[in-house]
Design a protein around this ligand. Structure first.
Ligand code: DC
Length: 646
């Protein structure tokens, strides 16, 4: 099994673009498949659970085309799946198997639905009971009450109200609601118990309405689908960012100081899990609601422990897991109530959470539908967290590293289910960064790569990106002052860095980008604002675990303003010219000391005087002057600063 060792994390700040919502993606896919007309779905989640739905719909004969990796066109089949007999594998995707079972039961075909072993332990009996009341022929092929299932053609009668329990999973109600319009008649559902996770039902009703089917609701007890409604494609739809996934980053904003911004959700979201932000506020977070984002940061005193809490979390069962881990950081005992649905999710989440939280020394009490966490006074280091093939266990326990302790996550790939790039996104806001800025030929490249090797960190030579941009422009015959075209090249630079070599497409350009001509070109394109903007996201994506050493001119000021350590590495112009002179001579190249000094001074001037991200020492940067130092001494000087701060 793979493991991921998360390094101690001190701070978290930055911006995360959320993947699409799982709940919305899978509902939209099904409704688009059942509708008349084609639907283009944008920002679709690309993860295991949506792949399960896409694969099943494809097997059922639904036409689909990937326009790009997040945009799909679904050809609706007008309520009747073209394929009338199929075996469907549903993995562990609850948002796929439940609504599909209901839709297939009303489709007049013969289908088998199965999943991974855990799926065969997750109850579906209430839904099957509901479907049987309208005449559907759904049978268990394993244990009664659980998948696998077999569905046969049947005559559907919607005359009587369907009586349905709502206290195990709201997905049973959502599944019936989405399927019943296929019957063409009026239908009524009566909920016989308390209905849990109501906001998820609201997502269902909202999306059904977008496909033209209105449901009348009497409280949370009775749902009426008037006769004569059919799903019709609304044309183009956008999937919101996943609000449950947002919870990890918002919590990181509280635990790691922040601000952390999640883009793709906001107050007007149709997902109940945005309410997590209010819960976090009650723990002491400061929340800002933007047009298309939510932002969280620690309260006024960043060093304070978070407030203890006692909350009913029935409305946000998934995001609530994040609060259980936050409780480890609290000043006292915290209670999470009304979370019985945790027992039937990807794993028994109450049991799993209790076991893993105890590993950190917390005292845990648990009941059938609640858990209480009394945190230990300090965090244990190097705890190995088991994740139970549950993406949310992996994601929420990663936050413990923000206590400044290393944490080991077993089977980190289980995040594939809803957020394949989760750890990359977490690293982009929290992995340690050593930013080393300084003028040309100050030796920062050599020093930075040696420091990276000593720490086992990744190394970003940001100057190489400007050099590559200039080279790509020269090769494409683009003038170096043609800002829009040079920026377009920078945005799509086909660059690769491998074992100290640099490639542009398949060409090894390691030496070509180091010529004096390439240096002069780089300095010119680096002064263009659009070029700098085009390279920004690419540079930030280098911030990965266990950490990054980045060298350049604006690493500490613009690219990584929250860097863990900032160093300004410099040397006198004469010393730098002499080093360059020796390098060139050693390579057997002609060199002129006076010319080199002049070139350096011109470049220094341009790098320092330009309006965009000029070279300057940040206020919080440590000055290391290497005029009198050899490489080893310079590395030691930087390491001394780094070890003090890490
Ligand atoms: O560090 P270097 O000599 O490889 O950089 C090449 C050019 O790119 C240099 O003129 C400065 C510019 N540069 C920049 O503007 N910002 C950076 N972060 C890195 C380099």
């Amino acid at each position: 099994m793979d493991t991921l060792v998360l390094p101690p994390l001190r701070t978290a700040s930055g911006c995360v673009r959320l993947p699409g919502s799982k709940s919305i993606s899978n509902r939209m896919l099904l409704l688009a498949a059942l509708a008349e007309g084609a639907t283009e779905i944008r920002d679709l989640l690309m993860a295991d659970d949506t792949q399960v739905m896409l694969a099943a719909l494809k097997k059922l004969g639904v036409g689909m085309t990937a326009i790009d990796d997040r945009t799909w066109r679904i050809e609706g089949c007008g309520g009747a799946f073209p394929v009338k007999a199929a075996d469907l594998f549903m993995g562990n995707a609850g948002t796929a198997i439940r609504p599909l079972t209901a839709a297939l039961a009303l489709s007049g075909g013969h289908y088998r639905l199965s999943g991974v072993p855990r799926m065969h332990e997750r109850p579906i009996g209430d839904l099957v009971d509901g479907l049987r009341q309208v005449g559907a022929d759904v049978r268990y092929t394993g244990e009664a009450g659980f998948p696998p299932l077999e569905v046969f053609p049947a005559t559907i009668q919607l005359g009587q109200p369907i009586r349905l329990r709502g206290d195990v999973s709201s997905q049973f109600l959502s599944a019936l609601l989405m399927a019943l319009p296929l019957g063409g008649q009026a239908a009524v559902i009566e909920i016989t118990t308390e209905l849990i996770s109501q906001p998820y039902v609201e997502i269902t009703l909202n999306l059904m309405a977008r496909f033209g089917v209105k449901v009348q609701r009497e409280g949370w007890q009775r749902f009426i689908i008037p006769a004569g409604q059919r799903y019709r494609s609304p044309g183009v739809l956008h999937v919101e960012g996943d609000a449950s996934s947002a919870s990890y980053f918002l919590a990181a904003g509280l635990l790691g100081g922040g601000p952390v911004r999640v883009e793709g959700v906001a107050k007007n979201s149709i997902q109940g899990d945005v309410q997590f932000a209010y819960a976090l506020e009650s723990l002491g977070a400061q929340i800002v609601w933007g047009e298309n984002y939510i932002e969280a940061r620690a309260g006024s005193k960043a060093t304070e422990k978070i407030k203890a809490f006692d909350l009913d979390l029935n409305h946000i069962p998934d995001a609530a897991m994040t609060l259980a881990v936050c409780a480890l950081f609290a000043e006292g005992r915290c209670v999470l109530r009304n979370i019985g649905s945790w027992r039937v999710k990807e794993t028994d989440r109450i049991a799993a959470m209790a076991i893993e939280l105890r590993k950190f020394g917390a005292v845990i009490e648990e009941g059938s539908d609640w858990i209480a966490v009394s945190p230990a006074p300090s965090f244990r280091r190097d705890v190995v967290v088991d994740t139970y093939d549950d993406h949310r266990m992996a994601m929420c326990f990663s936050l413990v590293a923000l206590a400044g302790v290393p944490v080991v996550i077993n089977d980190p790939d289980c995040v594939r289910k809803t957020f394949p790039d989760y750890f990359a996104a977490l690293a982009e806001i929290s992995a340690p960064v050593i930013a080393i800025d300084g003028p040309s030929a100050s030796g920062k490249g050599t020093v930075a790569s040696l420091v990276a090797a000593k720490l086992g960190y990744h190394y970003l030579d940001s100057g190489a990106l400007y050099r590559l941009t200039a080279l790509a422009a020269v090769r494409a015959g683009v003038a170096l002052d043609d800002a829009p075209r040079v920026a377009a090249l920078a945005a799509t630079l086909p660059a690769r860095f491998e074992n100290g070599y640099v490639f542009l497409n398949a060409d090894d350009v390691t030496d070509a980008i180091r010529t004096e001509e390439a240096s002069a070109g780089a300095s010119r394109v680096a002064a263009i604002a659009e070029v700098r903007a085009a390279l920004l996201a690419r540079q930030r994506a280098w911030r990965r675990f266990p950490g990054l050493v980045a060298d350049g001119r604006d690493m500490g000021s613009v690219v990584f303003p929250s860097a863990t350590v900032k160093v300004f590495l410099t040397a006198s112009a004469e010393a730098r010219a002499e080093r360059r002179y020796k390098q060139l001579i050693a390579k057997g190249l002609a060199a002129n000391m006076f010319g080199l000094l002049q070139d350096l001074q011109i470049r220094d001037e341009r790098d320092a005087q330009r309006s965009e991200a000029p070279l300057r020492q940040c206020k919080d940067a440590h000055l290391v002057d290497t005029t009198q130092m050899g490489i080893a001494e310079a590395v030691d000087a930087v390491m001394a600063v780094v070890t003090e701060s890490l």
